[in-house]
Design a protein around this ligand. Structure first.
Ligand code: ARG
Ligand code: ZN
Length: 883
C-alpha cells in the first residue's frame, strides 16, 4: 500500500495565485454543529488567470458566494480537500464561504475542538482548513476580524486574536465578541477560545512606555496555579527587549491553558494556547523541571511573536526558520535565568541521545526537508533542536555582536513578510561580510557529521599539529555529502592541566585559551607553534558543532580534562567519555557472560566531582550522572538494550555502595531548611540532593536494599513540602522495592487523583519502573479510571514513557513490548493520527537491533500498515521505516 496523500516537494513551490487581504469570520459555536461564515477579500497575485483554490477538510460546505451572489453547485467543486471556483474576476473580489463543523467529535485535536468542555483551536500547520475553506498556506497573510458567538452560561468567555472591538448580548441566551488583529498573519496563527474560564491579569510596561495587559485564562480549579507562568512571561518580555531589542506590539497578550493538546503550546497571535502542563504550577504539584519547562515554553511562544509571527515562513519546508531560531532564543533565555553550562549540557544530551538517533534512522531529514507527505511528522528534533544548533553555530562564528547585527538586519528587512531560511542566512552574511554558502549545507544535508581527530606533537619543532577529518553517512536525500562548514572551539592543556596559549591572533573567541578553528575541508590541519610539551586537546568546547567525535585520548588525558579544563562543558564531557568507555567494556563482558565490575578509577573520578563543593550543585549532578542509555546505544553497532540497562544499573548500584558515606554526607549537607522556593540556586541544591538519593537507593539487579536506605527514601517522600522532592523520593522507592513502592504509589494516588497533571507523573513513574513486570502493570493501567487514550498527556505519560524510555522492558526478548505498542498505535490512529505517528518512533529504529528483534519490530510495523484505515501521518512513518 502506498501513502494516500502525495508527497509535496520544496522544489515545486509556486507563489500563491491569489492573496487574501482581509478575512471576516463569524463563528456560531455549537458542540456538534458549529456554523462558520467567512468573507475573504481576495486579490490576484499573478497576471495569468487561474481558478481560485481553497483548502477545506473534514467540514461541510453549506454555501459559497462570489461578490455577493450565491454560487450554484455547478460554479464550484469541492473534492479531495479542495474547493475550486473556476472563474473569478481579474480585479479584487469577495468570496463568502459558509461551513459546518463538529468540534465534539474532533479527537485529532486539530482545528476547532473541545477540551474539558471548552472550545479551543490548533491551526498550525494545516488545521485552519478544517474550520473554513481558505488558502491555508503561510505565505498568504491577512488581517483577521473574528466574531465569536456562544452560549452565555456555558461560554462566558469568548476570545480570538488581537483586540476586543465589540461585545454584547443576543436575544436568545447567547452573546458575541468581535476581535480584530491589525497585523496581517497566515491562517495557522488564527485562534479562538470559548468557555467557562477564569482570568488572571497583570500588566507589563514596555521599554517605550506602553502598557500591555497580560491575561492568563484557566479553569476555575486552576486559578491559583498561574503565578509562575505570569512571572515567566514578564521575564521573557523584558529579556527580548534587552537582548534582541524586540518589543511586544499589541495592547493585550493572552494565554489559555487546556488539558488536551497535541504539543507543548502554540504561538497564535496575541492568544497563545498552551498545554496546561506548561502553565500550571504550585510547589506541591509541579517539580523544578516543570517550573523550568514552563518558563522556557512561555518564553518560546512569546519569542515567536517576532521570530515566527511578525516574520513568518514562506512554506512549511522553512519550518526551522522560526522553530530553530526560536529554540535558540529560548535556550539563551533559560541559560540567563539559570546555569549556562548546565543548560548547555541538557541541550547536548537531547541532541546526542535523541536527535542523532533520528538523524541516523529512516526519518532522517535535513533541517530544511526537501519533501514531506504529512507536515505534522516534521515537527522534529532535527527541525527544532538541530535547527537551533545551526543558529548557534552562526552565533559562534559571527560572535555575539555581529550575530545581533545580523538579527537586526533580518528584522528590518523582513518584518511583515513570509520568508525562507536563505533570507535569514543572507541577513547574517550581510552582517558578517563573508560568504555562507557552504555553511548552508547544514540546511540541505541530513545526517550527523563525524570528525576524526588526531594530534601530532613534535618536541624538536615545539609544534603541535591537529588534524581533523570529516565525513557524514549517507541519508535518503543525499548519498554523497559535501563537507560541512563549522566552528571548532578548542583549547590545549599542559601536563599539569594549565591552559596553553592558543589564541595568538585573538580571533572571535572571548577568552585567550580558546581558539576557534574553522573546519571546511574534508581533511584539514591546524598548526600550533611554541608548544613546549605534548598537549592535551580540549576538543569541541561547549559542543560548538553538532557532530560525533572520534578522538583517541588516554585515560590520563581525560582525567586531566575532567579536573582542569576551563570549559565546563568539556569537563563534563571528559567524565562522560570515561564512563562510556568503561560501560562499553563491561557491556562486552556482560554479553560474554563475564562478571561486570566497575573500575576504581571511575568511581574516584565521580567522587572528586561529588566532593568539590566549589562547583554548582546542578553541574555536579550532571557530572556524576552516567551517560544515558540512548547515548550508550548510539555507540553500539547492534544495540543490546538488556546489556546496556544491566551494566548501567550495576554501575549505579556499585557507585551507591562504594560512595555511600560521601553520598550520605552530601545528601544531608544539601538538606534545605527553608520552605520550597523555585529559583536556580534552590533547584540546583535539590537536583544534586536527589541525585545522591537515587544513587543511595539504586539496587543491584535482583538485589534488595537495606531497610535504612529504603527508609531514607520513604521519609523524604513523607516529609517533603514540594513535588520535586516527593516525586524524586517516590521514584527511588518504586525502582528499588516493589512492595514499598506499591504502598507509596497508592498513597500518592489517593492524594492527587483530582489533579490530572500530577496523575500524569504517577502514570509515568510506573511506566518507567525498572523492576520486572512493568509491561503487565502498564497494560492494566490503560484500563485505569485515570487513563484516557484521547488525552495526549496521558498517552505520553503511560505509553510513551514505557515504549520510549523503558528500553530494557520494551525490548524484552519475547516481543510483548512491541506488540503492546502495535496495539496502542492501532487504537490511537483513528482518534489522533499526530500522536499515533509520534508513538511509533521506537519501532522505526528496528535496524539498530539484532535479527530476532528486527523481525518482531517489523512485524508490528507491517501489522499497522495492514489496518483498513491508516492515517497519512502513520502511513508515512511506517512506509519510510520499512523502505
Ligand atoms: N509552533 C508550535 C511551537 O513550537 C508547535 C505547534 C505544532 N503543532 C502541531 N500540531 N504540529 O511552539
Ligand atoms: Zn515553536
Amino acid at each position: 500500500m502506498i501513502a494516500q496523500k502525495k508527497e509535496t516537494f520544496l522544489k515545486d513551490y509556486q507563489p500563491p495565485a491569489y492573496l487574501v487581504d482581509r478575512v471576516d469570520l463569524r463563528i456560531e459555536l455549537d458542540a456538534q454543529s458549529t456554523l462558520v461564515q467567512s468573507r475573504l477579500l481576495c486579490r490576484p497575485n499573478q497576471q495569468t488567470k487561474k481558478p481560485l483554490v481553497l483548502n477545506g477538510k473534514r467540514l461541510e460546505v453549506v454555501q459559497v458566494a462570489l461578490n455577493g451572489s450565491v454560487l450554484t453547485r455547478n460554479r464550484f467543486t469541492f473534492t479531495d480537500g479542495l474547493l475550486t471556483i473556476a472563474h473569478v474576476p481579474a480585479e479584487p473580489f469577495e468570496v463568502a464561504v459558509t461551513t459546518r463543523i463538529n468540534p465534539a467529535e474532533n479527537t485529532a485535536l486539530e482545528g476547532l475542538y473541545l477540551s474539558s468542555g471548552n472550545y479551543c483551536t490548533q491551526c498550525e500547520p494545516e488545521g485552519f482548513r478544517t474550520i473554513t475553506c481558505f488558502p491555508d498556506r503561510p505565505d498568504v497573510m491577512s488581517v483577521f476580524t473574528t466574531t465569536v458567538i456562544g452560549d452565555k452560561t456555558s461560554c462566558p468567555v469568548l476570545l480570538a486574536n488581537g483586540n476586543l472591538m465589540a461585545s454584547g448580548d443576543l436575544d436568545d441566551g447567547r452573546h458575541y465578541a468581535t476581535w480584530h488583529d491589525p497585523f496581517p498573519k497566515p491562517s495557522y496563527l488564527f485562534a479562538l477560545v470559548a468557555g467557562d474560564l477564569v482570568r488572571i491579569s497583570d500588566t507589563f510596561t514596555t521599554r517605550s512606555g506602553r502598557t500591555v495587559a497580560l491575561h492568563i485564562y484557566v479553569e476555575a480549579r486552576n486559578r491559583d496555579k498561574c503565578g509562575h507562568a505570569m512571572r515567566s512571561l514578564k521575564k521573557a518580555m523584558r529579556w527580548d527587549e534587552e537582548h534582541f531589542g524586540r518589543e511586544y506590539d499589541l495592547d493585550l497578550y493572552m494565554i489559555v491553558a487546556v488539558d488536551d493538546f497535541n504539543m507543548g503550546a502554540m504561538e497564535n497571535k496575541g492568544l497563545n494556547v498552551f498545554n496546561s502542563k506548561y502553565v500550571l504550577a504550585l510547589p506541591e504539584t509541579a517539580t523544578d523541571a516543570d517550573y523550568e519547562g514552563i518558563e522556557a515554553v512561555i518564553a518560546h511562544e512569546y519569542f515567536h511573536n517576532w521570530t515566527g509571527n511578525r516574520i513568518t515562513c514562506r512554506d512549511w519546508f522553512q519550518l526551522s526558520l522560526k522553530e530553530g531560531l526560536t529554540v535558540f532564543r529560548d535556550q539563551e533565555f533559560t541559560a540567563d535565568m539559570s546555569s549556562r553550562p548546565v543548560k548547555r549540557i541538557e541541550d547536548v544530551n537531547i541532541i546526542r541521545s535523541l536527535q542523532f538517533r533520528e538523524d541516523s534512522g529512516p526519518m532522517a531529514h535535513p533541517v530544511r526537508p526537501p519533501s514531506f507527505v504529512e507536515i505534522n511528522n516534521f515537527y522534529t528534533l532535527t527541525v527544532y533542536n538541530k535547527g537551533a544548533e545551526v543558529i548557534r553555530m552562526l552565533f559562534t562564528l559571527l560572535g555575539a555582536e555581529t550575530f545581533r547585527q545580523g538579527m537586526d538586519i533580518y528584522f528590518d528587512r523582513h518584518d511583515g513578510q513570509a520568508v525562507t531560511c536563505d533570507d535569514f542566512v543572507a541577513a547574517m552574511e550581510t552582517a558578517w561580510g563573508k560568504d555562507l554558502s557552504q555553511f548552508k549545507r547544514w540546511y540541505s544535508q541530513a545526517g550527523t557529521p563525524e570528525l576524526t581527530v588526531t594530534g601530532h606533537y613534535s618536541a624538536a619543532d615545539q609544534q603541535f599539529i591537529l588534524e581533523i577529518e570529516q565525513s557524514c553517512p549517507p541519508t535518503r536525500e543525499s548519498v554523497v555529502k559535501e563537507p560541512f562548514f563549522m566552528p571548532i572551539a578548542i583549547g590545549l592543556l599542559d601536563e599539569n592541566g594549565n591552559a596553553l596559549p592558543v589564541n595568538t591572533d585573538a580571533g572571535t573567541g572571548t577568552d585567550t585559551d580558546t581558539k576557534m578553528l574553522i573546519l571546511s575541508e574534508q581533511r584539514q590541519q591546524y598548526f600550533f607553534p611554541n608548544i613546549t610539551s605534548k598537549p592535551t586537546v580540549s576538543f569541541l568546547r561547549n559542543f560548538s558543532a553538532p557532530v560525533k567525535v572520534h578522538h583517541a585520548q588516554s585515560e590520563e588525558e581525560l582525567h586531566r580534562l575532567m579536573t582542569h579544563d576551563t570549559d565546563p562543558f568539556n569537563r563534563w564531557e571528559a567524565g562522560q567519555t570515561l564512563s562510556l568507555r568503561h560501560i562499553l567494556e563491561q557491556i562486552a563482558n556482560f554479553q560474554h557472560q563475564q562478571p561486570i565490575s566497575i573500575r576504581h578509577r571511575l568511581v574516584r573520578g565521580l567522587r572528586d566531582f561529588l566532593l568539590d563543593t566549589d562547583l554548582d550543585p546542578a553541574f555536579t549532578a550532571m557530572a556524576v550522572t552516567l551517560p544515558t542509555e540512548n547515548w550508550i546505544g548510539q555507540q553500539m553497532t547492534i544495540i543490546d538494550p538488556v546489556a546496556i540497562f544491566s551494566v548501567r544499573q550495576q554501575f549505579r548500584a556499585q557507585i551507591g555502595l562504594q560512595l555511600r558515606d560521601e553520598l550520605l554526607q552530601r545528601y544531608h549537607d544539601l538538606t534545605g531548611d527553608i520552605p520550597y522556593q523555585y529559583n536556580a540556586v534552590e533547584a540546583a541544591r535539590r537536583t544534586l540532593r536527589n541525585t545522591c538519593l537515587a544513587y543511595l537507593l539504586a539496587p543491584e539487579i535482583g538485589g534488595r536494599l537495606t531497610p535504612e536506605l529504603l527508609q531514607l527514601g520513604t521519609e523524604q517522600y513523607q516529609r517533603s513540602d514540594n513535588m520535586t522532592d516527593s516525586i524524586a523520593a517516590l521514584g527511588c522507592v518504586v525502582n528499588a522495592d516493589a512492595a514499598a513502592g506499591a504502598a507509596l504509589l497508592a498513597d500518592f494516588y489517593t492524594k492527587w487523583q483530582h489533579d490530572p497533571l500530577v496523575v500524569d507523573k504517577w502514570l509515568a513513574l510506573q511506566a518507567g519502573c525498572s523492576l520486572p513486570g512493568t509491561l503487565e502493570h502498564v497494560k492494566n493501567l490503560t484500563g485505569h479510571a485515570s487513563f484516557s487514550i484521547k488525552n495526549p498527556n496521558k498517552v505520553r505519560a503511560l505509553i510513551a514513557t514505557f515504549c520510549a524510555t523503558n528500553h530494557n522492558q520494551f525490548h524484552a526478548a519475547d516481543g510483548h513490548g512491541y506488540c503492546f505498542l502495535g496495539d496502542q498505535v492501532i487504537r490511537l490512529d483513528p482518534l489522533n493520527p499526530q500522536i499515533a505517528a509520534r508513538m511509533l518512533t521506537p519501532l522505526t529504529q528496528w535496524r539498530r537491533y539484532d535479527p530476532t528483534r528486527q523481525q518482531m519490530m517489523c512485524e508490528q510495523l507491517e501489522r499497522i500498515r495492514r489496518q483498513p484505515l491508516v492515517s497519512d501521518d502513520v502511513q508515512e512513518v511506517v512506509d519510510r521505516s520499512l523502505q
